[in-house]
Design a protein around this ligand. Structure first.
Ligand code: GDP
Ligand code: IMO
Ligand code: MG
Length: 439
């Protein structure tokens, strides 16, 4: 009996995809529980890069079944494109190993148009969304007007309902948001008819599959998207995504009980990045920031925007430990820090020179914090070919053990390159190592 959750502990792009691919070699199931194609997950195996946004990152392991829980919002066209791309690359993808929950919601054209039009209207106050229609789709779910995959099985019922919904959305889009052209119902409908034919075999009951798997003592990996600081409730509101990204979202996003998750792994970069707007206390400008961006290829997978870069923020990370109930941390991109003389870690936030005890809730407050840093020695060695803990330079080991000490949880895994194999375990990786052993 074993299940493992992998969640982002910062602002996304921590390397969750790489980790999930690495960890699922012996897993029976890997399941996404929230988000949509705002996510961009990159796997590199034997020099071949695979980019995924909807299909779970365990897809390259032939024996692993990939599930999209009811909490995921799915753009069906993007899903079909991704499946076709994988098939073209020689990956076996069919409904026996890829299932979308019948209660997951579809992202449709008007969600994307609304997302874009709203951002345009916000001007300099924009959130910097990925423009993929994520927020508007989750809003429809909360408003009880969204379209679910189950409805693709009964198109005659869906058609009149959707026709009215599109009329309503068009009024909002054109009259209130000033969009130039409304969404054309007929072309949307003919696309949906086609989509329904292609995707019907992929629709299933993920909650049932997972609860049965649990009884059969199967191994399950829950794959988070985005990151803790982008959580709709606990993140840097309003500069967040529209789903709960923390581990608690697994229950509502998959239809499983809270005891289903045995172990929670948080993934964090050895420094910090963020795409889009919003507060970022440890953000750097200038030489060091450019160094991290260039060396770490910090450009968004989804939108290709340059990522903002900064030092590791242990204050925010402590919050992530509690919000997710993290059992241990994975530190990725340690190789990117090679060559920097000094490394800083933020250990306190101050406002007007006074330390603040409570993590700020308002973004305007977070914008004001002055980070207080400790400085650690860097190392100059290239560590991308290191595969054993003791082969890391002493300064790199000290950097990791200092993070662990400040945060009060172990670092179980360190990643030193984008390749699947560029991954090393610490002494604290017992659970993870057992999880990866074949039975
Ligand atoms: P995700 O959204 O959390 O899955 O992360 P992304 O895939 O969007 O971004 C992480 C990027 O860093 C990808 O390009 C990965 O290939 C790459 N990557 C992951 N781990 C490492 C690492 O340890 N070192 C380096 N240099 N790159 C890494
Ligand atoms: P992965 O899974 C990094 C950010 C966007 C924007 C905010 C809201 O690859 O880590 P949205 O389109 O979700 O309404 O945008 O959230 N964002 C991400 N940033 N990684 C992601 O996913 C992200 N998904 C959304 O840049 O600031
Ligand atoms: Mg990403």
């Amino acid at each position: 009996m074993s299940s493992l959750a992998v969640v982002g502990a910062q602002w996304g792009d921590e390397g969750k995809g790489k980790l999930v691919d690495y960890l699922t070699s012996q897993a029976d199931f890997v399941v996404r529980f929230q988000g949509g194609n705002n996510a961009g997950h990159t796997l590199v195996v034997d020099g071949v890069t695979t980019k995924l946004s909807l299909v779970p990152s365990g897809i390259l392991h032939e024996a692993t079944c990939c599930l999209l829980g009811a909490g995921v919002v799915v753009n069906p066209e993007v899903f079909i494109q991704e499946v076709n791309g994988l098939k073209k690359a020689g990956v076996r993808v069919d409904p026996s190993r890829l299932v979308i929950d019948r209660d997951a919601h579809l992202i449709l054209d008007y969600h994307i148009e609304i997302d874009k039009a709203r951002e345009e209207m916000r001007g300099k106050d924009k959130i910097g969304t990925t423009g993929r229609g994520i927020g508007p789709c989750y809003e429809d779910r909360a408003q009880r007007v969204g379209v679910r995959f189950a409805e693709l099985r009964l198109l005659s019922e869906l058609k009149p309902r959707l026709q009215k919904l599109v009329e309503h959305k068009n009024r909002y889009l054109v009259d209130l948001l000033g969009a130039e052209s409304p969404v054309d119902f007929d072309s949307l409908w003919s696309k949906l008819e086609n989509i329904s034919e292609i995707l019907s075999p992929y629709i299933g009951d993920v909650s049932h599959l997972l609860n049965r798997a649990r009884l059969q003592e199967k191994k399950i990996v829950f794959e988070g998207a985005q990151g803790t600081l982008l959580d709709q409730t606990f993140g840097t509101v309003p500069f967040v995504t529209s789903s709960n990204t923390i581990s608690g979202a697994i229950t509502t996003g998959c239809g499983v009980g809270p005891k289903t998750v045995d172990y929670v792994l948080g993934v964090a970069k050895a420094y910090c990045t963020r795409v889009g707007s919003g507060p970022f206390p440890t953000e750097l400008e200038g030489e060091t920031s450019d160094y991290l961006r260039e060396k770490g290829s910090e450009f968004g997978t989804v939108t290709n925007r340059p990522r903002r870069c900064g030092w590791f923020d242990a204050v925010a990370m402590k919050r992530a430990v509690g919000l997710n109930g993290l059992d241990s941390l994975v530190i990725t991109k340690l190789d990117v820090l090679s060559g920097l003389e000094d490394l800083k870690v933020c250990i306190k936030y101050k406002i007007d020179g006074k330390e603040i005890e409570e993590y700020p809730s308002l973004s305007s407050e977070l914008e004001k914090v002055e980070p207080e840093y400790i400085t650690l020695d860097g190392w100059s060695e290239d560590i991308t070919s290191v595969r054993k803990w003791h082969e890391l330079p002493p300064a790199a080991r000290l950097y990791i053990s200092t993070l662990s000490e400040i945060l009060g949880i172990p670092v179980s895994i360190v990643s030193v390159g984008a390749e699947r194999e560029s991954t090393l375990f610490s002494r604290s990786a017992k659970f993870v190592k057992n999880f990866m052993m074949s039975v």
